[in-house]
Design a protein. Structure first.
Length: 363
């Protein structure tokens, strides 16, 4: 565990976090702007020397009332939003700098990191000749080559457009699945969090408001007000069953087959699919004559009325929990209540490629 019990006060903001972070996979630190996400990372890294309390990494005390281990001695790899590569050095020079810092620490091999992040063709270039996504891959490689005990990533994709994000997310999934270095990943993007995180810690006004597995947090109607309601959605597990001749991919889920536009994954691959609550329709009887291909049985587990005209319905669909965002009127007319049997209807085209990610080996 990474045990954190710290406070840090500013003129108009106070951070007060007490939480044990799992040292496996990706833990997302999620919250709106100003919630304290980046400040918490800086405290963990030892960059906020005014912070009070304890930071203990796998039994090693990094900070308490008697000591303050310097950032360079904590074994932290830090990836910033702006990459902070040395502009006067080539990609190889930036990576060699990290290797020299980690000499004798038994970190990953240079060639292995270069291959994992597909940097071979970039080694002779300077940072000014790289795209945004390429720069971030170099920054991640440089952090890994310092032989870190933990990797801290602070909004690493925030400055990238959607195309560059789509380019780099598969690399982050591979890094997560390799299982070598635990990652704390700061983001305010539910799309990124849904793709990458095994656990989510939600910060609000400097405090932990919710912490659980990604599946539990994202499928909980009570947690939705902490997000943008329009982005509410849950994660389900799926396996690629077939690539159909008409361009669809058939996924096997615990509730039945799910058809999506062609997903570039091998048959048998495990995926995690983000289903947006606003894209789920409900019916009390199985509908006929619809263009929607995905009609799956589900059971209502919770109905939560919103402040406006909408309602969030939590459904158990096989072994998974999903959310449906409908109107209060529909919830009332359909007499939705826990235990009600319904059918969840999802258009195949409603699931974007950005919402289809690989599953962790432990998932």
């Amino acid at each position: 565990m990474l045990q954190v019990d710290v406070t840090l006060g500013f003129d108009e903001f106070a951070l007060a976090v007490r939480h044990d972070f799992a040292l496996s996979g990706v833990t997302a630190i999620f919250g709106r702007s100003g919630s304290g996400k980046s400040t918490l990372l800086r405290v963990i890294a030892g960059l906020e020397t005014r912070a009070e309390g304890r930071v203990v990494m796998a039994g090693e005390v990094w900070q308490d009332q008697n000591r303050q281990i310097a950032p360079e001695r904590r074994g932290v790899g830090y990836v910033f939003q702006d990459t902070r590569l040395f502009p006067h050095l080539s990609v190889r020079g930036n990576l060699d700098y990290a290797l020299k810092r980690a000499r004798g620490l038994g970190g990953p091999r240079f060639d292995d990191v270069v291959q994992a992040l597909d940097l071979g063709a970039l080694l002779a270039r300077r940072p000014t000749a790289l795209s945004g996504g390429e720069k971030q891959r170099v920054a991640i490689a440089r952090a890994l080559l310092t032989a870190p005990k933990i990797l801290l990533m602070d909004e690493p994709l925030a400055a990238l457009d959607d195309a560059r994000k789509a380019e780099i997310l598969p690399y982050l999934e591979r890094l997560r699945d390799a299982g070598g270095v635990p990652i704390l990943y700061v983001s305010h993007s539910l799309a990124e969090v849904s793709r990458l995180a095994r656990h989510i810690v939600v910060l609000q006004a400097g405090r932990v408001m919710r912490a659980d597995t990604a599946e539990a947090v994202l499928s909980d109607p009570e947690a939705v007000p902490m997000f943008d309601r329009r982005e509410a959605g849950a994660i389900i597990a799926a396996r690629v069953g077939a690539q159909e001749a008409d361009g669809l991919t058939r996924l096997e889920t615990s509730a039945g087959p799910l058809f999506l536009p062609r997903a570039g994954a091998a048959i048998g691959s495990s995926l995690r699919i983000r289903i947006h609550a606003q894209d789920v329709m409900l019916a009390r009887a199985r509908p006929e004559g619809l263009s929607a291909l995905n009609i799956l049985p589900a059971i209502v587990t919770e109905v939560r009325l919103g402040e406006g005209s909408d309602a969030l319905v939590q459904l158990r669909m096989g072994d998974d929990l999903i959310l449906a965002r409908i109107t209060r009127r529909s919830a009332r007319v359909m007499a939705l209540a826990p235990g009600a049997e319904v059918f969840a209807i999802l258009k195949s085209v409603a699931v974007a490629q950005a919402d289809v990610g690989t599953a962790t080996a432990q998932a």
